[in-house]
Write a protein of this length. Structure first.
Length: 457
């Protein structure tokens, strides 16, 4: 009997465009058997032809230009495919241990579920927290008014200590003096006013989305870079105003988060914490679903990409930024790392092949897989015995060698007691806004794999 979306998802603000969504359900989640096919022959689907996202949800998804967001249609298709809850049962709990900007959490709320997000990056947790918070338009308008009044009443002497701090000293290269002055005014004023904590988070989010546009960094390159092309565009007049940019973005984000569709979402037992995915603050067997898109090997340096926002708005000190970068999963740091065999054929083989081409890259891959094994073990711990772990992951290329990340994840999951539920789904990547080809031995990631696991019982 063919399975479809559960009844409580019929009013979900994620729309199904065609009936062939049932093919997605069966291939990813409802085959009811272990998949025994060849990994080289996954089922190829275009999620855009399966799932259509309503405008209010799409606008809420894009309240911040955080890099490498999960495509809304992928998150929507997965949520619609997962088993819902029957009448009288408690709302399922969806956990994203690497929630980034919170796309999966938002779509979990659309399904009427409780959601919990975790991320080690303070900016990511801020965005996710704001994205799933219920906001009142009047309260936000009053908080914005208070902030603007405080900024106008601020004296220059109030800014001296902050502008002489290490964080601001690290920003001189990236910003014009007038911008640094405006950012300092924002921060000092925000600390002075008395407003609800959730409104404070909202204002920080709007400010963080305004940092990059007023910096000297090239807007076409995700990691902050002052390119020759960018330098040539610098004029002799006054640069863009941070405070003007902030006001514009705050109004736009306020409109997105206070739309009727977003306001009416049930939040349930939901929240976001700034924690490493290897140490989740959840009891054993708590989660019905774990949905995540972990960092792709060598594909993106999240900490480097948002360091201007983190430092400008005081989300971390220079020392904390270095520590965050060092401890990030998939970090390029390899000093002092002692490599040992996994005892897994595919993992050990690809590490060896890459190490022969570049020893440092081989160590990086070993560390990435070791970190991911710890993450997956933690996910297995918090998952119910009949729960589902769904992973969105892409293969990559390093030193001209293709790294079959999806297959490696399957091998890692199998080694810790997780099994594939059915045939993996592959979706072609169309948007390349967050990807940069950094050197001739790298390559653009073409596809994303959607893998569904469940614990061995």
């Amino acid at each position: 009997m063919r399975a479809g979306p559960s009844p409580e998802l019929k009013s979900c603000p994620v729309l199904l465009r065609r009936n062939d969504v049932s093919i997605f359900h069966e291939s990813l989640l409802y085959s009811g058997k272990d998949w025994q096919g060849e990994l080289e022959v996954p089922r190829r689907l275009d999620v855009r032809s399966i799932c259509e996202v309503e405008t209010p949800i799409r606008k809420a998804s894009w309240i911040h230009p955080y890099p490498a967001k999960m495509l809304g249609e992928i998150a929507g298709s997965i949520v619609l495919s997962l088993r819902g809850h029957s009448k009288g049962e408690s709302s399922p709990l969806l956990v994203d241990p690497m929630c980034g900007s919170g796309t999966t959490l938002l779509f979990g709320l659309c399904a009427g579920w409780s959601v919990r997000g975790f991320d080690a990056n303070p900016l990511a947790t801020l965005i996710s927290k704001v994205k799933i918070t219920h906001y009142d338009q009047r309260s936000l308008a009053e908080s914005i008014r208070k902030l603007q009044t405080a900024i106008l009443n601020l004296g220059k002497t109030d800014l001296v200590d902050l502008k002489e701090s290490d964080e601001f000293g690290a920003l001189d290269y990236w910003f014009w003096p007038s911008i640094i002055d405006e950012v300092a005014r924002f921060r000092v004023s925000l600390e002075q006013i008395s407003i609800p904590e959730k409104d404070r988070n909202f204002l920080l989010l709007a400010a963080s989305s305004s940092i990059r546009p007023v910096s000297k960094a090239d807007p076409e390159v995700v990691p902050p870079t002052i390119s020759i092309k960018r330098k040539q565009s610098f004029g002799v007049g006054r640069p863009l105003s941070f405070l003007t940019t902030f006001r514009t973005r705050a109004e736009r984000i306020k409109s997105a988060l206070t739309s009727p569709t977003i306001r009416n979402l049930k939040r349930g037992y939901s929240g976001v914490k700034c924690l490493d995915a290897r140490e989740l603050d959840l009891e054993d067997g708590r989660a019905d679903y774990v949905l995540m898109s972990p960092p792709y090997f060598t594909a993106h340096d999240y900490v480097r990409s948002v360091r201007l926002e983190l430092l400008s708005l005081g989300m971390c000190s220079v020392e904390e930024l270095h520590r965050l970068h060092k401890n990030t999963i998939g970090s390029v740091g390899t000093y002092g790392v002692c490599v040992s065999a996994f005892g897994l054929p595919k993992c050990d083989s690809i590490i060896s092949k890459l190490g022969l081409r570049d020893e440092r890259r081989g160590v990086m891959l070993w560390r990435y897989l070791q970190d991911m094994k710890e993450v997956l073990t933690e996910c297995q711990r918090i998952l119910k015995h009949n729960g589902s772990l769904v992973m969105v992951i892409g293969d990559s290329t390093s030193q001209g060698l293709k790294i079959p990340t999806a297959k490696l994840m399957i091998e890692l999951c199998t080694s810790i007691g997780m099994r594939l539920r059915s045939v993996p789904v592959v979706n072609a990547i169309r948007s390349r806004g967050f990807m940069t080809r950094r050197n001739t031995t790298a390559a653009v990631i073409e596809d994303e794999w959607i893998l569904h696991f469940t614990p061995y019982n």
